[in-house]
Design a protein around this ligand. Structure first.
Ligand SMILES: Cc1cc2nc3c(=O)[nH]c(=O)nc-3n(C[C@H](O)[C@H](O)[C@H](O)COP(=O)(O)O)c2cc1C
Length: 173
């Protein structure tokens, strides 16, 4: 965890404000309590998604499975931004935390661990108020995302992504 958090802390942030705060949850009982509001709000969201494609349904089934198993994941990390330590612009706030989150995930990967980023617990409709209360996170600190961290069940190989030609524009769109 130290190496992973050190790597996160080397990220860029607006005016080097370093507004990140990480809540690293290892206690299974606490993870089970945190799961309740996150799972409830996620299932509410799914219940409203009647026109969903089969592909999305499959992706969401996997996401639900992970969420249901929250307490068995070795570590979950709430990645937060301290709103008092960063400018008021929403873009700068989020742009000052996600590079640190990406560093954290890459460091974990380099150590042979596996991560999954989610937005569970990061908005009012995803159980953020209850999660913040359970963890004692102060009012001026916002949860931006949650990283599940554990040991990979399988080696997945290189990520499946579009070739760079599909989204790169040199000199002009
Ligand atoms: C904003 C965001 C939210 C995500 N939420 C979830 C989630 O709730 N559950 C999940 O299993 N994966 C989640 N992911 C992971 C993506 O599904 C994953 O990155 C994508 O399917 C590509 O898979 P790969 O990164 O393993 O190649 C999320 C990723 C991002 C960036």
């Amino acid at each position: 965890m130290r190496i992973i958090l050190e790597s996160a802390s080397k990220a860029a942030s607006g005016s080097n404000t370093q507004p990140w705060e990480f809540v690293v949850v290892r206690d299974a009982k606490m993870k089970a309590r945190l799961k309740e509001p996150m799972l409830r709000t996620w299932l509410e969201k799914l219940a409203g998604g009647s026109g969903m494609s089969q592909r999305m349904r499959d992706v969401y089934d996997e996401a639900t499975e992970m969420l249901r198993n929250t307490e068995t994941v070795p570590v979950i990390i709430y990645c937060c931004v301290d709103l008092d330590r960063v400018g008021k612009s929403e873009e700068v706030r989020y742009a000052s935390i996600y590079p640190a989150v990406q560093n954290l995930m890459l460091a974990a990967h380099a150590l042979g661990l596996a991560t999954c980023l989610t937005v569970h617990g990061s908005t009012p409709t995803r159980g953020e108020p209850e999660v913040k209360k359970l963890l004692g996170i102060p009012e001026h600190v916002k949860i931006t995302c949650l990283v599940y961290l554990g040991y990979p069940a399988a080696r997945l190989g290189p990520p499946k992504r579009k070739p760079i030609e599909k989204f790169t524009h040199y000199d002009h769109w």
